[in-house]
Design a protein around this ligand. Structure first.
Ligand code: F6R
Ligand code: MG
Ligand code: MG
Length: 371
């Protein structure tokens, strides 16, 4: 049986205005090019959207992970959109296009990717989560809660299909290493790693063996590209995306969305250098304004039908999340009152840029030894 691949490939190729949102013309270009790609059978279906200043291409096809034609298509969309961004003088035009040439795979060239291949079930709900003004580790808490926390996911306790738990593929993004771990058996060890979210990030979730779903096919995947590693110097936070499958042996849609009812603190926000709450919003409200934020997450839902994306449903466009948004704004206000003080401002090592070396140079001769 042919497997379906869901590829979310995203890039910031220019903001409008500043780093707040994406100009509609860029999304139009993407839609035109992806429509042609459906006609010439490069992909089966697509949905173009945005979160903040990130242009998001959600594509379905049957060509597997890392397919050259699919990646080249996304690369070409971003190249064309960059041209338009430059002609409109949008802000930071081509920001995430770190290479001039495509070489078979978009990985390492700047755009972020969350891609997974699996056997489409009789009914297959999938959710694309798109974040702006934060980093991949921002997904650690919600993904952990979905697949490992019985206080979030009732099914882990009361559904025999979920009761065995899940396997976590965790990456050390500083040292480019990965480890497979099992929940609930190794839950505390998993938390010891993924609590350090700037270094250890959840990359994929797999079912356990002998369950309802094939154990070698992922049920969730998160983009983990680190732009500063790619560019050799810091060029911005790599606003992450994720795809999560739901229901029937997996967390229910509502269990997948539930972790986002808590606006947890993430790193990013203004100048990629501040901690703040992540606020779940509708696509319409996925616009980073206050202090270039607060960081936002959008959830776009689909049913898959023979690799067609039946949707989108704008999942956080729901009064059920109003209270979370209000709380997020309260927390945003509380954090903002710290101004340049940690823990609102990130520790020196994690900031996007810092004037400290210059300040130190200026003060070099004025520092005296403390006896
Ligand atoms: C954060 C972000 C913005 C910019 C800020 C300064 O990820 O994109 O907060 O860092 O607007 O931008 P520049 O330096 O381009 O003026
Ligand atoms: Mg930007
Ligand atoms: Mg962005």
């Amino acid at each position: 049986m042919t497997k379906v691949t869901i590829s979310i490939i995203k890039a910031d190729v220019g903001g409008w205005p500043g780093h707040s949102t994406v100009h509609p013309r860029l999304m139009e270009i993407a839609r035109e090019m992806l429509s042609k790609a459906v006609k010439n059978a490069t992909i089966k279906d697509f949905h173009v959207t945005h979160c903040g200043d990130d242009l998001e291409l959600i594509m379905s096809h049957e060509k597997g992970d890392n397919n050259q034609h699919v990646h080249e298509l996304a690369w070409n969309v971003f190249k064309e959109a960059t041209k338009e961004a430059k002609s409109l003088k949008l802000y930071g035009a081509g920001q995430d296009m770190l290479s001039d040439a495509f070489s078979g795979n978009v990985r390492g060239l700047g755009p972020g990717i969350a891609e997974m291949t699996f056997t489409e079930r009789k009914a297959e709900p999938i959710i694309a989560f798109l974040m702006d003004k934060t980093e991949p580790g921002a997904f650690n808490l919600p993904i952990f809660k979905m697949f490992a926390d019985p206080f979030n996911t009732a099914g882990l306790v009361i559904d025999p299909n979920l009761h065995p738990g899940f396997r976590f593929e965790i990456w050390d993004i500083m040292e480019s290493k990965k480890v497979m771990m099992s929940s609930p058996e190794e839950m505390y060890d998993i938390l010891a790693l993924v609590g350090a979210k700037e270094r250890y990030v959840i990359k994929r979730i797999y079912p356990k063996k002998d369950g309802k779903l094939p154990a070698d096919e992922p049920v969730a995947v998160i983009s983990t590209e680190k732009l500063y590693k790619i560019a050799g110097e810091y060029v911005g936070k790599d606003d992450p995306v994720a795809t999560v499958r739901a229901q029937s042996g997996l967390p229910a849609l509502g269990e997948v969305l539930e972790p986002f009812a808590f606006p947890h603190l993430v790193s990013g926000w203004m100048r990629g250098s501040h901690n703040g709450p992540i606020m779940p919003v509708s696509v319409k409200n996925a616009m980073c304004t206050r202090f270039d934020g607060p960081p936002r997450v959008v959830g776009v839902g689909f049913q898959l039908s023979n690799a067609k994306l039946i949707g989108p449903v704008d999942l956080f466009d729901d009064p059920g999340f109003d209270y979370t948004r209000e709380k997020a704004q309260w927390v945003a206000d509380y954090m903002r009152r710290h101004g340049p003080f940690e823990p609102h401002r990130l520790p020196l090592a994690d900031m996007e840029y810092t004037t400290l070396p210059n300040v130190m140079k200026k003060l070099k001769d004025r520092f005296q030894k403390v006896e």
